[in-house]
Each structure stands twice: as structure tokens, then as C-alpha cells.
Design a protein around this ligand. Sequence first.
Ligand SMILES: CC(C)(COP(=O)(O)OP(=O)(O)OC[C@H]1O[C@@H](n2cnc3c(N)ncnc32)[C@H](O)[C@@H]1OP(=O)(O)O)[C@@H](O)C(=O)NCCC(=O)NCCS
Length: 162
Amino acid sequence: MASPLMRPEFDEEALLDQIMGVMEAAFPPTFGERWTRAQVSGTIFLPNYSWGLAWRHGEPRTPNEQAAGFYMSRFTYDEEELLLIGVQPIYRRHGLATRLLDDLEHNARERGAKRLLLEMRAGNPAELLYRQRGFQQIGTRKKYYCSADGKRIDALTFACKI
Ligand SMILES: CC(C)(COP(=O)(O)OP(=O)(O)OC[C@H]1O[C@@H](n2cnc3c(N)ncnc32)[C@H](O)[C@@H]1OP(=O)(O)O)[C@@H](O)C(=O)NCCC(=O)NCCS
């Protein structure tokens, strides 16, 4: 269920600190998926971008508590694209990503989206999470990602009607 607790009032730097805290813990440098602070700050404050945060106890217990998970998305006409979702390793498998995706979906509907889109590195175990929510693969971008050891990895595109 969507909750305003997922988008509390932060100034811009504090929001970037929260997102980057999760980004660095959740995305190993191995696959080139991690965004830099400059990439996040250059997009997230644009009007068609959205975000949500999740805390291990549902809401922050202190004003500076580090979030356990986050997502970022972008709205275009009638579609909402999930750009990134990450949960700190120690808080995984407790339903935080599920809560974040619930928030994304609720938010997307409010903006008039008819479907959700995402792109994922082939072999990412997140595929199970997405398929369970009704996402279906609609395409492949060959050799889209480049891993730290130079291997090229396909990107799989998924969509889900909402
Ligand atoms: C993918 C990710 C966001 C999932 O976060 P999470 O909070 O652990 O997910 P949830 O607890 O909501 O998982 C819900 C269900 O999805 C499935 N699932 C989630 N992660 C899974 C995994 N690694 N392997 C298999 N199934 C998984 C399970 O069915 C799970 O239910 P269960 O724990 O009762 O079995 C997290 O593993 C992560 O941050 N990964 C690294 C970043 C990343 O690759 N993000 C996705 C690409 S942008």
C-alpha cells in the first residue's frame, strides 16, 4: 500500500544521501548498474521522475536513520518505467522491495500510467520478484551491460499492465 512515509520531506542533499547510501550497499560495481550521485541528482528532481524510500521498521525511527531500500522511476505519457530498485543486503527478503513496488504502482496509477516497464540484467534474481508481480518479458537488448571483467550481458525488458 502506498504511503506518504515513503516520500518524507528531505532537502535535496539529504535525499541524495539516503538514496546513495542504499545504492552503494545494494549495487555491487560488478555489473555497471549503479548510478553515480551526479546521475541521480541530475534526474530525480525533474517533474516526471519519482522515488520512494523504505525503512526496516516501516518508517524512520530517528530523523537521520538510513533508509533500507529505494526506487526511482520515470513517467512518460501513459507508462511508468522503474529505473532502479535496491534494498540493502542485510534487509533483503523481508518484503521491502514488494512494498516499494506497491508504492510505485500506486503512484503510477495516480499519474495515469497504463503499464509499468523495467529493464534488468539477464540473470538477476530480481526476475522472480518481477514475474511474481505479473511482469512479462517483452524484449531483449543484446549485450547491453558491461561487467567489471569486460563481459557483455543482455538486458531483458519487462512490462506489466496496471
Ligand atoms: C531485487 C531486490 C530489490 C529484492 O529486494 P527484497 O526486499 O529482498 O525483495 P522482497 O523481500 O520484497 O521479495 C519478495 C519476493 O520476491 C522474490 N525474490 C526477491 N529476491 C529474490 C532473490 N534474490 N532470489 C529469488 N527470489 C527473490 C521472492 O519470491 C520473495 O519472496 P520470499 O522472500 O517470501 O521468498 C534486492 O535483492 C536488491 O536490492 N538486489 C540488488 C539490486 C538489484 O539488482 N535491483 C534490481 C535491478 S534494478
